[in-house]
Design a protein around this ligand. Structure first.
Ligand code: DX5
Ligand code: ZN
Length: 216
């Protein structure tokens, strides 16, 4: 299991330090939640901030776009140093065109789905995707409860990928903690995003190690 700390739960007054702290704690990638106060009822940060943060780690930047028009901003986030860009099937941008744009920038494309979205919407694009992000909370805020009833969606995506011989990772985001991560692991999740669970404890390395151990 890979762990992607969600910087949404960090101390924003020490953003660079928090990235270094997660790097040393054994994070596999940094999960950066971009919100536009339109697609979701919250506002975070954009490409200029991500660009400034790039120097604090060599680990991949996993940029989760919760914005209405992702296609318009793919260049900005690519220039800022994103390694993976996830955008939502529920956004206003054309899915095919947005994937093409991400590919053209040499960035790994990923599709994200909200809790009410059927997993089959990602199937037509599965051969092009590095990852599918299955939201396990309604996007917008950290600290919400894990929706275990999303696990059949994870299984359905994994099964479809296997059937077609495709290597696509499945990530879950929201409510991952010591009492929920084993459920995700059992369903076949490859990457868990974790905000509160890794930023709240003083010892982030211990928190990440414990989460990983619970998946074995
Ligand atoms: C929610 C964000 C998540 C969130 C996870 O919209 O995409 O990344 O920060 O936070 P926790 O782990 O606290 O649920
Ligand atoms: Zn996220």
């Amino acid at each position: 299991m890979q762990i992607a700390p969600s910087l949404l739960s960090c101390d924003f007054s020490k953003f660079g330090y928090e990235i270094e702290r997660m790097d040393k704690a054994g994070a596999d990638m940094m999960h950066l939640d971009v919100m536009d106060a339109h697609f979701v009822p919250n506002l975070t940060f954009g490409a200029p901030v991500i660009k400034m943060l790039r120097k604090y780690t060599d680990k991949p930047f996993d940029v989760h776009l919760m914005i209405s028009e992702p296609l318009k901003y793919i260049d900005d986030f690519s220039d800022a140093g994103a390694d993976i860009i996830s955008f939502h099937t529920e956004s206003d941008s054309d899915i095919e065109e947005t994937i093409k744009k991400i590919e053209s920038r040499g960035v790994k494309p990923a599709l994200a789905i909200k809790p009410k979205t059927d997993p089959s919407v990602v199937f037509p694009y599965l051969d092009r995707l590095y990852m599918v992000l299955v939201m396990t909370v309604e996007p917008g805020f950290g600290g919400q409860s894990f929706m275990a009833d999303m696990m059949p969606k994870v299984e359905a995506i994994k099964e479809e990928a296997k059937r077609r011989n495709l290597d696509v990772l499945v990530q879950v985001d929201g409510g991952i903690a010591k009492d929920t991560i084993a459920t995700a692991a059992k369903a076949g999740v490859d990457i868990c995003v974790a905000g509160t669970a890794v930023f709240k404890p003083d010892d982030a390395k211990k928190a990440i190690d414990e989460l990983k151990a619970l998946c074995e």
